[in-house]
Write a protein that binds this ligand. Sequence first.
Ligand code: SF4
Length: 575
Amino acid sequence: MIKNASHRILLTTVCKPYGITTKDAEAIGMQMELLNNQLTREQHVHSPRASFWTFPLYFLAENISVPATVLDFPAWREFKRELTHGYTHVGLSFIQTNVLKAKRMAEYIRAHYPATKIILGGYGAGLPDLAALVPHDAVCHGEGIRWLRTYFGDDPGAPLRHPLMQGVVRKHVYGLPGNSTDSAVIFPGLGCMNGCFFCATSAKFGGQYIPLLDTGRSVFEHCREAEGKLGVREFAVIDDNFLKMKDRARDLLREMERHGKRYHFWIFASAEIIVEFGVDFLVRLGVNAVWMGLETQADIFGKLRGIDVRSLVRELQAKGISVMSSSILFMEHHDRQSLQADIEWAVGMDTDLHQFMQLTPLPGTPLYEQYKNQNKLIPEFPYTRLSGQNALAFYHPHFRSDEARELTRAAFRRKYDVGGPGLVNMARTALDGYERARQDVALRHTQGLAWNAETLRYERQDGGAEDGYMLGRVNFLYQRAREFRPLLLSAWLFSPNRAVRRKCWHLVQRHRRVFGRPSARERFGTGLLVVTATVEFCRHLLCRAMGREAVIRQPASRRFEYVGPVGARQKAVHT
Ligand code: SF4
């Protein structure tokens, strides 16, 4: 397309409400909350609540020359009002399950602003019958920045500008609003080359990895800029397999050590690459939490082959890294016995948080193609139910489609009954990590062991000095472990059973042994949380009585305007 000075684009998510059944959407699995929706489902009052801004839209707006507005989580009336500002283009980003919401929005645009071009993007843009469902003029498949630049006549190969973004809309822990500006997000790259047959992310980017920040230095510089401008040192790394670009990960640590900086990261990584780096590397890098796919105990996935997953999980947790794991239910080999065995296996891993996801043939994945060719897809299965938490979208030899929902829910309940609240597990991991790091640093000093950045191991070196870099990390681990302390009484009070109550109490006692008597601030925080947790518990009971699975919270809306050239875009924020 030729550049046109009159172009103006609105980039928007689908409209609220989320997690509520309407004629366009299902409630199950559709809250805009990863933690409550999937990782701590069935943990009611213990479930930390947080929504995350729709980062790709900000990335797009920051990297095109056309004036752009990002509308995140709008209500219907806000969406309608925004259109009155006059846009030549509207970009609608949505996932498959929200296709009917996108349809309603697109139809409204067509009816009231027929000259406006509609561009569709996101995972929903890969639906095979999209043309019949959602009116549109163009579809963005794959990586969106270069696509949109090409569309508007910008240089697709121009350097990318990574926006500075705090990630969380708002968060609540035991009903108490928390600080949502203490962390930021980084998008180092898109896609994953592991190519698991069910994986929509891998399929969307053609089994390729597309780096957006391709060196350790560029990741480091982004962290440093975020620290300077947003005051954050903790980052959620939105990259499906961050460690896969090995040089980038190594160089990131080198840069942090060279500048005496310690940033902290939540990452996604598969087991085989964690083993290759070694857990000590992750600890030194500042990884607080890692999301690792466990999938199934059956020998199907190369990323898990030959790995003692249980020992790996134990080592990560012992060294202070929370493990968020995930497994797939209703795989082809599952019958009732082996499904239950896989659930018990996953629960027995005792990871901090665990997601049970149903095998879901999402359009575009190898699984979808295979099941389509084998006539295994249930005809006319509603896209709104493709959340992986609802009914099965295919004929399974041993399970009915409509029984999957309750079986999945029961799996979450089992994890909660046996392992207790995810927050308690994270508190335990944080305390383990602090104690272990303190001991390890002292022991290595005594033994003359120092970090070798080439071998990524601690090795004997003559005249070994104190490891100042890790001592700084120990201080952070101390702070982090103590942050969980005020939560423990509420966790104990609302425990699901005696075993979990004992686990909570044991942790309370360990905190007292390690940190001494609670400070006045900690005692105040503990009391306040008991009050807010009690209120939250009552709200939860009320919601259950109304037939809802959880307390539903809608994320706030936000509007960002972007004008000016790429690299120096001026933003105006209206929340
Ligand atoms: S390792 Fe994870 S992100 Fe990569 S293809 Fe497999 S499921 Fe997808």
